[in-house]
Design a protein around this ligand. Structure first.
Ligand SMILES: [Zn+2]
Length: 570
């Protein structure tokens, strides 16, 4: 029998007033010194977050010293106990710790110091909870009490804990238990509708992908004002949304899309994954050019599944993809950054956006999703619907996860794609991965009988403004749209256009509506306590933009649309 190195953590979550988790860690050291490290980031969120900044009051009876920003060295052999506090009220997000009198969320990479050892470890966790609270975790199901046993830090750091007085709701799925914890006082009828819809989404995905990869899955859903976000884990997802928006159909669909997206990660990323995405070194960024696979494919499927499962109407689906297409089309980022660069630099660029990011960069979510849309159209058209992109995913799952339990390289991805579809997707699409080239997505959509419809032209400034009590200030400049000779800066205060006083965005638009196409206007601005007149040539944009079927009948007669639309519902 294997000899395990036991590590025990005791987490006290009762200090809900000052928001500190009190953690004790015990182990028996066979070495003269033991190193403990706090991760700098958490899987799925590609940014150095320096979680050690939330750690305070490190202490132990043994001699010790802090040997790096996120590293402590403890001297001595035998029984060692260390303790520390973790501040958990900086932000309520899916990737940080949070603790108040209502609930607690633990992002394990931001709470548990990693004991560095070469031995096979066995981690147990004990809890001290506020009254009437329980702790839930995707680990709990394996050992149905409060001490969870884990044998590696990768799994621990990928298994969040949620402390709440809410009871989990079962989705009543067969072959894999799905539960959802909803932290909010939303009406029971809404909870029920959400659970019913989620069950459809879960079962739909499992059917398409050939069954569940696990026995248990936990959705954690926290409703908070203005909140939005999701993070995937090995057998769980943490999701944040604003409950006050749920009455609006589009917002409710946005929540379903979020949950659908995070759930698809159960396969894509957590099991079907590019090589760099696990196991991890938590001290530094794990760089990969393949986040378009992780997030682009998932972004394509979140809305596509909702269409196929009947949640989105065709018009709603087309509006969603057109929004992404326009995000690329309206900005110059595609001319500055390739998809692979967007992925590789996620740590310093996508996650640390500046006021200029839309001009010089792209999102691997958006462009990745649009790329996969084009690939899907290509595969369906060339194979007459006999194959679709999901067949590539299923084969990757079989060959790399089930047979070898490893990630794949870009070459292996395209090798499988070509085996499955008979098409050389690398030849056709590599240029959009490696070079700063726009994807001709409208040409692909034309195959489905779909084209853009632009209506109601309006005069375009090429920048937008934020309204405040103090005035109207430039908050975003679009290099692709603005007159390149117009010297408008971010934070300029707009005072007048052609001597007409402007105080709001709507007023500005009314003035612009009176101008001739492509005419010059004079903008009076205030900058650094001085007034200045700026000449700007107006551009044109369209108030209403939509994707429509080119011919009235093409929805019915275009064979590719029919295949694209129903590929998973048949
Ligand atoms: Zn994602």
């Amino acid at each position: 029998m294997k000899n395990f190195f036991p590590i025990n953590y005791r987490v006290d979550a009762t200090n809900t007033i000052q928001h500190y988790f009190h953690v004790k860690c015990q182990f028996t050291s066979k070495q003269k010194e033991t190193i403990l490290r706090m991760p700098n980031w958490t899987p799925g969120s590609y940014m150095i977050r320096e979680y050690s900044r939330f750690l305070h009051g490190f202490k132990t009876e043994n001699s010790w010293s802090q040997t790096d920003l996120a590293e402590w060295t403890v001297l001595g052999e035998g029984q060692i106990e260390i303790e520390y506090l973790i501040y958990a009220f900086e932000d309520l997000t899916v990737r940080t710790n949070y603790l108040d009198s209502e609930f607690g969320l633990i992002t394990p990479a931001a709470l548990f110091l990693q004991v560095i050892t070469d031995e096979d470890i066995k981690i147990s966790i004990e809890w001290k909870l506020p009254q009437n609270r329980q702790v839930f975790s995707p680990l709990k199901n394996k050992n149905d009490d409060l001490s969870n046993f884990v044998t590696d830090y990768d799994l621990l750091y990928d298994s969040p804990f949620f402390i709440t007085d809410q009871e989990p709701i079962s989705l009543n799925t067969e072959n894999c238990t799905h539960e959802i914890l909803i932290q909010s006082d939303i009406e029971d009828s809404l909870k029920k509708k959400l659970c019913d819809d989620l069950k459809v989404i879960v079962e739909f995905q499992a059917k398409i992908l050939g069954g569940y990869p696990n026995e248990y899955y936990l959705f954690i859903l926290i409703f908070t004002e203005g909140g939005y976000g999701g993070l995937e884990h090995n057998a769980c997802s943490v999701n944040i949304f604003d409950a006050s928006k749920l009455k609006d159909r589009n917002e409710y669909l946005k929540l379903l899309e979020l949950l659908c997206h995070e759930y698809f990660h159960l396969w894509n990323v957590k099991r079907i994954r590019p090589k760099a995405l696990g196991p991890f070194d938590y001290s530094k960024p794990n760089l990969t050019k393949e986040l378009w696979i992780a997030e682009g494919i998932t972004s394509f499927y979140d809305a596509y599944f909702l269409l196929q499962a009947g949640f989105l109407t065709i018009e709603e689906y087309l509006a969603k993809i057109y929004q992404d297409i326009n995000l690329l089309e309206d900005n110059s980022g595609e001319e500055w950054m390739s998809l692979e660069e967007s992925s590789f630099t996620a740590w310093t660029k996508y996650y640390k956006r500046t006021s200029d990011s839309h001009n010089t960069g792209i999102s691997y979510y958006t462009k990745g999703g649009v790329l996969v849309l084009c690939m899907q159209i290509r595969i369906i058209a060339e194979t007459n619907g006999k194959k679709s992109f999901i067949d590539i995913m299923k084969k990757l799952y079989q060959d790399f996860y089930l047979k070898q339990n490893r990630g794949f390289t870009k070459q292996e991805f395209f090798q499988i794609a070509s085996e499955v579809t008979g098409l050389n997707l690398l030849d056709e699409f590599n240029i959009y991965l490696t070079q700063n080239v726009r994807i001709p997505v409208l040409e692909y959509l034309a195959k489905l009988g779909i084209s853009p419809k632009l209506e109601n032209p309006i005069n375009e400034l090429g920048f937008t403004c934020r309204e405040s009590n103090r005035g109207l200030f430039v908050n975003k400049i679009f290099h692709k749209k603005i007159d390149p000779l117009a010297e408008i800066y971010l934070a300029d205060e707009i005072l007048a256009i052609d001597d007409f006083r402007i105080t709001s965005n709507s007023q500005m638009q009314s003035v612009l509506d009176t101008k001739k196409e492509n005419s010059y206007i004079k903008i009076l601005i205030a900058r650094k306590s001085k007034l200045k007149n700026i000449n700007l040539k107006l551009g044109i944009s369209y108030k209403d933009r939509s994707l429509v079927f080119t011919d009235k009948e093409s929805k019915e007669v275009n064979p590719y649309w029919d295949l694209f639309h129903k590929v998973h519902s048949r």
